[in-house]
Ligand binder design. Sequence first.
Ligand code: FE2
Ligand code: FE2
Length: 257
Amino acid sequence: MLRVFAIGDVVGNCGVDFIRAVLPAYRRTAGVDFCVINGENAADGNGLTPERCEELFVSGADVITTGNHAFRRRELYDFLDENEFVLRPANFPECSPGKGYCIVDKGKFKVGVLNLLGTLFMEPNDNPFSAAEKALKALADCSVILLDFHAEATSEKRAMGFFLDGKASAVFGTHTHVQTADEQVLPEGTGYITDLGMTGAIQSVLGVKTDIVVERFCTHLPNRFDFADGDPCLCGCLFDINEKTGRCQRAERVCIT
Ligand SMILES: [Fe+2]
Ligand SMILES: [Fe+2]
């Protein structure tokens, strides 16, 4: 049995500091074998930097995924090309830096991790369902396949879960920063949750200081988004996966405060 821990969007210093403080011990006590972290908002000021990737790897990440903010920081571009375990969505243009999936060789079996971006209420990109089919062919050697589907719409995420039911071991959503209560094992054995939630400041609007976002909605005037501080939470989901069959046996959502 492979216990996978997928962690939702880590936001700023508050999120990264909390990951560093709690993840190493949690990995041991919860018996986590493999950890995927969405780091697209981990850098101070948003996006992701190589330094932040190192902090997440040292804390226990095996693979770091991203999303619509993947290319916000230029200093990540070369790093995405060099480090195969930091992903950008696979359905970005092919010429963009990095790649959208990777294979982690665990000796007796291989874990494939795939990152895709939704298209509903988001910038246009290639169809994620076609991109998933194409990526699955490249990951055919992997008995365990995990997908971080970074998308806005619940419908698109749930549709992806059922599209890949029996083909992927787990499909977890990210991007909305609010954890959903629908973790489950789909009929053909795919672990699923619509959104993992966020790792960052609890008293915030998706990790950003509340007064700034309220002002934006009230005035429509541009203002600088600063990440919030204060008590943090770490949100994610555990998936127990049979590494031989690739089937998920159990999904359990986690929120550590
Ligand atoms: Fe995010
Ligand atoms: Fe996002």
